[in-house]
Write a protein that binds this ligand. Structure first.
Ligand SMILES: [Zn+2]
Length: 141
């Protein structure tokens, strides 16, 4: 069996391929506002909308679990999560060191505690005949 090509669900969301994956965000050089996914303009409503003010940054790959839940039933199309048949999986809101709160799938449903440290990783969201589609996930450490 040949391994399928692994591709990110969307280009530019996280470093790929990478041994130590990081989310790709943007930061405003004027006011410091950080935005994920990266944006062409500052997200701060009272800041200038000048493309040149915004630079691309990589977020720290560590975060703290702010809250979480377990998805108990298969999400509607077009959302997919494998392996199939459907297995409940945890979703968490994670506070990054840059002050962002990023939603993501957690690699484990067990022993989750608010405030625990998580590390960003990647994993398969779903696959088709040719490719595996990879997304960012948060792994308890
Ligand atoms: Zn700004």
């Amino acid at each position: 069996m040949t391994a399928k090509k692994q591709v990110p669900i969307i280009e530019g969301l996280f470093t790929w391929p990478s041994d130590k994956p990081q989310l790709i965000a943007s930061r405003c050089k004027k006011c410091g506002t950080v935005t994920f996914p990266k944006a062409a303009f500052c997200a701060n409503p009272s800041c200038e909308k000048v493309r040149e003010n915004v630079e691309q940054i990589k977020l720290s790959n560590k975060g703290k679990l702010w809250t979480w839940t377990v998805q108990q039933y298969a999400p509607p199309a077009p959302f997919r999560k494998e392996p199939l048949p459907f297995q409940p999986y945890a979703i968490g809101m994670v506070d990054t060191e840059e002050g962002l709160r990023v939603l993501g799938i957690l690699t484990s449903n067990d022993n989750l505690k608010i405030g625990m440290t998580l590390e960003m990783t990647t994993g398969k969201l779903y696959e088709d005949a040719e490719k595996e589609y990879i997304t960012w996930m948060w792994k308890p450490v």
